[in-house]
Design a protein around this ligand. Sequence first.
Ligand code: PEP
Ligand code: MG
Length: 540
Amino acid sequence: MITISGKSVFGGVSIGKILFYQRNDKAIKRERVDDVDAEWKRFQDAKDTAVEQLKGLYEKALEDVGEANAMIFEIHQMMLEDLDYLESIENIIRTQEVNAEYAVATTADNFAAMFSAMEDAYMQGRAADVKDVSERVLNILSGADTGIREMNEPCIIAADDLAPSETVQLDKSKVLGFATMYGSSNSHTAILARTMNIPAVIGLGEDLKAEYNGKDAIIDGFTGTLYIEPDEETMKAMQEKRAKDLEQRALLEQLKGKENVTKSGQKINVYANIGNVSDLGAVLKNDAGGIGLFRSEFLYLENSDFPTEEQQFAVYKKVAESMAGKKVIIRTLDIGADKQVDYFGLDKEENPALGYRAIRICLTRPEIFKTQLRALYRAAVFGNISIMFPMIISVKEVQKIKEIIAEVKEELKSEGIPYKEDVELGIMIETPASVMVSRELAKEVDFFSVGTNDLTQYTLAIDRQNSKLDEFYDPHHPAVLRMIRMAAESAHAEGAWIGICGELGADLELTEEFLKMGLDELSVSPSMVLPLRNRIRQCE
Ligand code: PEP
Ligand code: MG
């Protein structure tokens, strides 16, 4: 048995034969042409055919995976009509007097290299897209068939990487899972895999070889593992894991579209936590009512320099638009402690969890904070965005934040840049101090969201990162639960709403207690949305 570890994109277990997907990798020859006008026309015809094909794919994807995910094929159409792209191809054909295939392949390589060199993770992901659309045109020019080879039986698709158009063209009834050597969880293929509910593992590297084609394999999408020619023991364990998962999923599927309501009629919002745009697929698939925590610091962690206002705006706008009017709570950056970024130039600290982090950085380095706030207020025009601030300990901090917000709005206004005037504002309740002054804080904001991960750490004085302290780390400790109750009472007394976005929100043993406290919202990882709905509906 060969065991290869990668990164999980979507949970579940799939068992079957590997079909190693080989692309039609034809060597592109550079050939001289006499009639450059005719060659340019040949390219234009191929491009028009490609656009027609993409329109068809858009329609198919629209039915299969919904509008947000089908969008990629509209973007592909736009890429083919992009003036820079077309100009590059025409230039190469005319100035070098060469064939269209060569001009398209060269342009694709250049554009892909340009996208890959960009710092924004989303733009880097577009390198695969420009290659994908160009490949389509090349196939049309050379008369090769597009599309994946026929699959006679359901199988696990293995590949170096899969382009969105390749993924969506698959006969889904015959795809058991995806396993790829490369790819990022930011790629549209990863999003599609999640949306299509197919176990997937990416980043398996060179250990995944084409020679495994036809061999028996298992994908454990929970752990991100691929087993080739599994031994009997592994096969048995995985079969059991799969049966349990399917049973669970079938039960939970029935809850999609249903309300989060107890038997006696008490309702609560169930939202999802994300760290990345690529998590949106899972949010939609699991029928979350909104996004209760977007950990925006991941944008900073993925970059090698401060993300610009435009980069951030594009990401927040995309999340807001994809959620189509549902609430999206974006937390301002929570850098520091366990989330370190070199380019912030932070000093080494004795007690980083008690140190210079989160809102403390924002309030002392307002240029960083203002860039993020500008992007957020601009993006709020495109959906239902709320903003939340981490690690608050005092009313003074909230008032200072509001002053900075007022400056940001004034600046946007004077620059004539559209922004939303009234954005809902909230704070994380994750320090004991914020609980103790929660009544005063509630007067200042629209909502609270309890960060139980940090609240537990600071209340019990136990480092959440230190696994040696696991036996002492008790998130059910009455001190923690009383803190949550107190914050809830304060919020409601002042007309604010309150939710939980720490891991405790998904603790099904506490659901009933949270309902009794009158919490308005629980935000959990996407995969926990339906199990939590299930639990709520069992409560009296
Ligand atoms: C928390 O502290 O509970 C929380 C949600 O924030 P993070 O886990 O990102 O610190
Ligand atoms: Mg926290």
